[in-house]
Design a protein around this ligand. Structure first.
Ligand code: FE2
Length: 348
C-alpha cells in the first residue's frame, strides 16, 4: 500500500470516530503551508464515507500588527474573518477539518463555526504521531472524568518541589475535554489530544509558577534549561525572573506590546500515556504541533494570553507543559508530583 493510502485509511478511521457520514458536507481549511498529502487524504477519506468535500484555501500574509518573525496564533483565523464568503461557507459545513499550519484556535471564526453546530477538527502532527496517539476509548473516559471533576471544583492549587505555589479560582469555569475527535455538533478538538483544561476565573491566579529544567516552552518548542520564576498577581503575570529562558519569555511577550498577553489563559493536566515528554527533542520545530507535550500523562499545563470567554483574543499565547507538579482541586490531589492519582482519575 502506498503512503498516501496508509494516510487515507488513518484519516478514515479518525473520520469514522467523528461520525462523518453519507450526505454530510466537509469543509477543509488550508493555506500555502498545509501538507498536500493531508489535504488529499482528508478529501479521499471523507468521500469514501459518502460525504461531499470542499476546500477553502486562505491567503495569509504577515501583517503589520504581528511583530515577530513567527506568524501569530490566529493569523489564519483573522485572514479568514467571520463574514467573508469563505467563512460563510465553512459555517454551513457539517464538519470543518482545519489543516492550516498553526491551527485556527484562538480566533473568533472558530467560535462562529462551532456556534452554528458544525464540528471542527484540527490536524497538524506528522503521521506517526497521529497514529501513536490515536484516540482511544479509555483516554476519552479519563478525560471526561477529569472534566467532571474540574466542572465541580471551586479552586485549583498547584505545587512543586521546585517552588511552584499558585491558586486559581475555577468555580463555573469553562472546561475543555480534549480526547482527539469530534462526534457531537459544535465540538472542537485537535487530533491527537489527551488532556483536560479550564479557563480559571479571570484575574484569579495568585502565586508563583517555577518552571524547572525540562519543562516545556510553547510555541518556542524548547525545553527549559534554567529555572524561571513567574509571579502572578490578580491573574496577571507581573514579574519573570531567571536566566536565559526567562529573558526569552520576557522579550517575546513584551514584543507584542499588548498588556493582555500577560493574563492567564487555560490551565489543566495531561492524561495520555502514549504521549511522550521526550518527543519534542526528536523533531524539527516546524514538523510538529507539540501535542505530545500538551498531553503527556501527569503534566500540569498552564498558559498565558487569550480567553475567548472574556472576549480576550490576544495573539500572544504561551503554553507551559510542566513535569513533577501536584495539582489539587478543593484540596484533593488529582496529580501528585507528575503522576495521575489513579483512583481519582477513574472515579465516576
Ligand atoms: Fe494553549
Amino acid at each position: 500500500m502506498s503512503e498516501l493510502a496508509d494516510l487515507m485509511s488513518l484519516f478514515k478511521k479518525e473520520f469514522i470516530l467523528c461520525k462523518v457520514s453519507k450526505g454530510e458536507t466537509i469543509g477543509l481549511v488550508t493555506e500555502r503551508e498545509s501538507k498536500p498529502d493531508y489535504v488529499a487524504a482528508a478529501e479521499a477519506a471523507a468521500k469514501e464515507l459518502g460525504a461531499s468535500v470542499f476546500e477553502v484555501r486562505i491567503a495569509v500574509s504577515v501583517s503589520d500588527d504581528v511583530p515577530t518573525i513567527a506568524r501569530g496564533l490566529g493569523s489564519t483565523g483573522r485572514a479568514l474573518g467571520t463574514d467573508s464568503i469563505e467563512a460563510e461557507s465553512l459555517k454551513r459545513a457539517d464538519m470543518v477539518v482545519d489543516l492550516t499550519s498553526e491551527g485556527i484556535v484562538h480566533a473568533p471564526i472558530r467560535e462562529e463555526i462551532l456556534a452554528g453546530g458544525a464540528r471542527m477538527l484540527t490536524v497538524i502532527e506528522p503521521p506517526e504521531i497521529l497514529e501513536r496517539m490515536f484516540p482511544r476509548e479509555e483516554i476519552r473516559t479519563e478525560v471526561e472524568n477529569a472534566a467532571r471533576l474540574l466542572e465541580s471544583a471551586t479552586e485549583m492549587k498547584v505545587e512543586s518541589e521546585s517552588g511552584t505555589d499558585i491558586t486559581f479560582r475555577v468555580a463555573n469555569s469553562p472546561v475543555g475535554a480534549q480526547y482527539g475527535y469530534v462526534d457531537q455538533p459544535g465540538r472542537w478538538d485537535h487530533w491527537p489530544s489527551g488532556f483536560v483544561h479550564c479557563y480559571p476565573v479571570d484575574k484569579s491566579a495568585q502565586g508563583k509558577i517555577v518552571l524547572d529544567r525540562g519543562d516545556i516552552l510553547l510555541p518556542f518548542k524548547r525545553y527549559v534549561e534554567e529555572p524561571v520564576v513567574l509571579h502572578f498577581e490578580e491573574g496577571f503575570l507581573r514579574k519573570i525572573e531567571g536566566g536565559f529562558d526567562a529573558l526569552l519569555i520576557r522579550e517575546y511577550m513584551e514584543s507584542w506590546k499588548d498588556p493582555e498577553a500577560f493574563a492567564t489563559s487555560h490551565t489543566g493536566w495531561g492524561l495520555d500515556p502514549q504521549a511522550q515528554w521526550s518527543a519534542l527533542a526528536l523533531y524539527d520545530k516546524f514538523q510538529v504541533a507539540a501535542m505530545d507535550a500538551r498531553s503527556f500523562r501527569g503534566n500540569f499545563m498552564f498558559s498565558t494570553g487569550p480567553n475567548r470567554f472574556v472576549g480576550r483574543y490576544t495573539q500572544c499565547h504561551l503554553d507551559f507543559p510542566m513535569r513533577a507538579c501536584s495539582v489539587f482541586l478543593d484540596g484533593i490531589p488529582v496529580v501528585e508530583e507528575g503522576k495521575i492519582v489513579q483512583e481519582v482519575a477513574l472515579s465516576e
